[in-house]
Design a protein around this ligand. Structure first.
Ligand code: AMP
Length: 217
């Protein structure tokens, strides 16, 4: 099964992609994670992408399309994948259509995680993750059970994304509404769109997504 999670930054795409990926054995393809890995590794792509990402703008289509093209060809994508943060423009969506067709794959469903705009800045600006295992936390909504210690792996170092600050989030939201929100209409017209309530708890959103996937299996 191949699916896309669609929604603004802070909607919970990454959180839910991880849950579905663990539960269903699907590969989680996050272009944001791949770009951050490229930045950390100091590759050519990473060097070019860093300043753009730090400003909260979108990396050029061709860059992310190439990343996804290479990633989708890997063996772990054979049993299916979840796209998290891609496509983000109509040009990327068209490239994905062509790519899937060329690989004899099909898109099963696009799940829009719908949230009220008012909560996004607070949700994003409070995020941090364990530096060792990547478990996600939040200053207000999900603190570690023992202050300063990761619930999952016991590590004591945490990191915050450079672009998870109130100022950059505004630019990211503008990019979302200008470039990415039109994809909701694009996939609706193709009969692929399903919507879940992203204002519900993490577990409840997960349950709604499972219900959608059950209908598309
Ligand atoms: P994310 O982790 O999905 O919030 O992505 C972090 C940043 O990476 C974005 O603000 C963009 O600068 C860049 N990025 C990730 N995915 C894409 C994409 N599909 N198209 C363009 N830029 C992207």
């Amino acid at each position: 099964m191949n699916l896309i999670l669609l929604g603004p930054p802070g909607a919970g795409k990454g959180t839910q992609a991880k849950v579905i990926s663990d539960k269903r054995g699907l590969a989680q393809l996050s272009t944001g994670d791949m770009l951050r890995a490229a930045v950390a590794a100091g590759t050519d792509v990473g060097r070019k992408a860093k300043a753009i990402m730090d400003r909260g703008q979108l990396v050029p289509d061709q860059v992310v399309i190439e990343i996804i093209e290479q990633r989708i060809a890997k063996p772990d994508c054979r049993s299916g994948f979840i796209l998290d943060g891609f496509p983000r423009t109509l040009a990327q969506a068209a490239a994905l259509d062509a790519l899937l067709e060329a690989h004899g794959k099909k898109l099963d469903v696009v799940i829009e995680i719908r949230v009220d705009d008012g909560v996004l800045i607070e949700r994003i600006a409070g995020r941090f993750t364990c530096a060792k295992c990547g478990e996600g936390y939040h200053d207000r909504f999900k603190r570690p059970a023992r202050e300063g210690v990761c619930d999952k792996c016991g590590a004591t170092e945490f990191v915050r994304r450079a672009d998870d600050n109130a100022e950059t989030v505004k630019t990211r939201l503008i990019a979302y509404y200008r470039e990415t929100a039109p994809l909701i209409g694009y996939y609706f017209a193709k009969g692929k769109l399903e919507t879940v309530d992203g204002m519900a708890s993490i577990d409840e959103v997960g349950r709604q997504i499972e219900e959608v996937l059950g209908r598309h299996a």
